[in-house]
Design a protein. Structure first.
Length: 282
């Protein structure tokens, strides 16, 4: 009870102090134009500071929406870039023939990472897009800085992604200098490095050369950056294993794009047909 009375007393004292200060300011401002101007300027300064602070707080809470808008715009720009690339290829190949209008081979669906691991041998990511968003198994996942992985399974609103940092995950990648391709496979060590296997011994390369996706795996667009060569090791006297410093920092991943190739079913049908024919042979 004593503590409660002290609290009430402090509150009354505070209210009286505020009233007295307000009365003093009113009396001062009424007796002097200069003092009134100073008081108005001070109040204006405090108000502007508070308004700026509230504006910054409001802007911070709008960042999520802004990021989603930018991701959608980036996805559209990627598709437009694909269309321009195809159109330029058609112009280079065409003589006097009329070419059909170009269309992008890939669709890009922006997604946010919900969960991510980098300290295991089989690392996975969970993204906030699923079947209801058009996500299917075996779709590629990328960023503008590199390959991320591919979709393992989906639910209605989420998907599980096999990370590039998975010792069982393999992707086709190419040395930009010579267009020589190999198999990209993580060795389970550093989250910043992976290995490009099966580079023929006669291949010309240097440390610092860029590695990009080859496009042969069907799930990734060609030309997506992967990283740079930092080491090489001759294996069995025939092939090099190149250590690649990744451009993408997997522990800091937040935003990704799921990649859908439009003609994948047509290519898979031809692949299945070839497998069946090969199986009939003795």
């Amino acid at each position: 009870m004593k503590g409660r009375n002290q609290y009430i007393l402090h509150l009354v004292n505070l209210l009286v102090f505020i009233l007295l200060e307000a009365a003093a300011l009113w009396l001062i401002s009424g007796n002097s134009v200069v003092q009134r101007s100073d008081i108005v300027n001070s109040i204006s300064s405090v108000t502007n500071t508070l308004s700026s602070g509230f504006g910054n707080i409001s802007g911070y809470f709008r960042l999520g929406k802004v990021n989603r808008t930018l991701a959608d715009e980036n996805a559209s720009l990627r598709q437009e870039n694909d269309m321009l690339r195809i159109a330029l290829g058609n112009l280079a190949a065409a003589d006097s023939l009329t070419m059909p209008p170009a269309s992008p081979l890939f669709d890009y669906i922006p997604a946010q990472i919900v969960s991510n691991s980098t300290d295991r041998l089989h690392n996975i990511l969970i993204i906030d897009k699923g079947r209801s968003d058009g996500i299917k198994e075996d779709m590629g996942v990328i960023t503008y800085r590199g390959l991320v992985g591919y979709v393992l399974s989906t639910s209605e609103h989420y998907s599980k992604v096999s990370s590039l940092l998975d010792i069982d995950n393999m992707a086709s990648a190419t040395l930009s200098r010579t267009n020589t391709f190999g198999v990209l496979r993580w060795n389970g060590q550093s989250a910043r490095r992976t290995i490009l296997h099966d580079i023929p011994v006669h291949t010309v390369f240097e440390e610092g050369d860029t590695v990009v996706s080859s496009g042969y795996s069907l799930i990734y667009p060609p030309g997506i950056p992967v990283g740079t060569v930092v080491r090489h090791e001759l294996r069995d006297g025939v092939n090099y294993d190149l250590t690649i410093e990744l451009f993408e920092e997997f522990p800091r991943l937040r935003q990704v794009y799921v990649v859908s190739r439009r003609d994948i079913h047509e290519i898979e049908a031809l692949t299945d047909e070839g497998a069946e024919q090969g199986g009939d042979r003795p």
